[in-house]
Design a protein around this ligand. Structure first.
Ligand SMILES: Nc1nc2c(ncn2[C@@H]2O[C@H](COP(=O)(O)OP(=O)(O)O)[C@@H](O)[C@H]2O)c(=O)[nH]1
Ligand SMILES: [Mg+2]
Length: 392
């Protein structure tokens, strides 16, 4: 090493030579380069070591890329159709999720009665509509803190369309439901609740203003100061808070929590063929039907399960079935739209060009006074409508 570099830089270089990890090498070489006095005689040393640095940095980058290379978790499920997740607590023997999956979809028969550590998937078809049924490993107490792959399971639950809480009627049902609701709640998953009727929009100035925009919301005007306090406590200095309906102060906290998700859930009670399960099912309905509009009693052993399960779910999720038709007839695979959708929404779902070149639509509605009707893009559709779109 040239003697032009001075004792401090020399010492730094020696330290660099002793470095073992890539990160350490980079750090020490950077320090060395910064300590070398910059003049003609040291130009080469600086240039050389800068090149060396660039190389080391590139090596580090590549190593990082490799280590973060996408590993697809077996828990991350590609969604198809309407996704329903079967959840239960952990017990031996199991609650009957895999039996149910098999009953509905024909999948995973061989794993009934066995512990499954990974999700299993099947497709339940109802009137041409596909429901993806996911049989999740059981939730253990502490799942929301990560126990037994709890984090992975709950991450999937956050993205599903419907949670099916499965409870074994031959065991204590309160215990099972409480455990699951606790874990869902701890994972910021709210069940069968609409998001609060509040909107909080951060602004650049003017402090916090609260507006009550509907008749119902005006009943809560006295909460105004407390709302401001909560929002300010959260660290927001300037915001417009809009209240649209009935609210409580808890709703304000919920609106401020960006991690909350709102999910629909039903209860499926299993093993209804076992002794004393009938009484238990009645008690279950009595106690939980406020929170759960759909509680299903079932027995896979005796093939007891609602025939119109698909219809019940679609109703609950506010979905309507629209059957497209053309000169060849009516399709047997419906489009699924959200209640309140219009002809335009259906057209968009088929192809943008149906909207761009739209002339008129024909609707066939069973049971209507005028069964066949000519309508425009703004016409509201109803479940079961057959729809033909005419374009220019
Ligand atoms: N009596 C009765 N037993 C059932 C029923 N459904 C499942 N089982 C039994 O309960 C045990 C656990 O079922 P499984 O589907 O593997 O539960 P999982 O662990 O929740 O997937 C098995 O021995 C099943 O045969 C049912 O409807 N009635
Ligand atoms: Mg199972």
């Amino acid at each position: 090493m040239s003697s032009n570099i001075g004792p401090e830089a020399r010492a730094a270089y020696e330290k660099y030579l002793e470095a073992s990890s890539l990160e350490e090498k980079i750090e020490r070489l950077e320090r060395f380069v910064s300590l070398v006095p910059k003049h003609k005689a040291t130009e080469n040393i600086v240039a050389l070591n800068k090149t060396k640095l660039a190389k080391l940095r590139k090596q580090l980058d590549e190593r990082k890329k490799k280590s973060t290379a996408k590993v697809v978790s077996p828990f991350s499920i590609k969604k198809e159709g309407i996704q329903m997740i079967l959840l239960s607590d952990y017990n031996i023997p199991g609650v009957g999720k895999t039996s149910l999956l098999n009953y509905l979809t024909g999948a995973a028969e061989e794993t009934i009665g066995r512990f499954n550590a990974l999700p299993e998937i099947g497709i339940y078809e109802y009137k041409g509509i596909r429901f993806q049924v996911v049989d999740m490993p059981s939730l253990m107490e502490g799942a929301s803190r990560g126990k037994a792959n709890g984090k992975e399971i709950l991450a999937q639950v956050r993205a599903c369309d419907l949670i099916c809480i499965c409870v074994d009627l031959s065991r204590n049902v309160d215990q099972q439901i409480t455990l699951i609701l606790n874990e869902l709640n701890n994972a910021d998953i709210k069940i069968n609740k609409s998001p609060p009727a509040i909107d909080i929009e951060k602004t650049g100035s003017n402090n916090i203003q609260v507006f009550f925009l509907t008749k119902e919301s005006k009943n809560h005007i006295e909460l105004s100061d407390e709302i401001k306090e909560i929002v300010a406590d959260y660290g927001i200095q300037n915001a417009i808070v809009k209240v649209y309906g009935d609210i409580t102060l808890i709703d304000v906290y919920e609106t401020l929590n960006p991690s909350l998700v709102y999910k629909k859930a039903i209860i499926i009670a299993t093993k209804g063929d076992l002794p004393q399960t009938e009484e238990k099912f009645e008690l279950l309905k009595e106690k939980y039907s406020d929170k759960f509009p759909i509680i299903i009693g079932s027995s896979v052993k005796k093939s007891v399960f609602p025939e119109d399960f698909g219809e019940k779910i679609l109703d609950f999720l506010h979905k309507i079935k629209i059957y497209t038709m053309d000169a060849d007839g009516i399709s047997d695979k419906p489009l699924l739209l959200t209640e309140g959708s219009k002809v335009k929404d259906a057209a968009l779902k088929i192809h943008r060009s149906f909207v761009d070149n739209f002339e008129f639509a024909t609707i066939i509605r069973e049971g209507a006074k005028q069964k066949r009707k000519r309508v425009g893009l703004d016409y509201e559709l109803k479940d079961g409508d057959a729809l033909e779109i005419h374009t220019y």
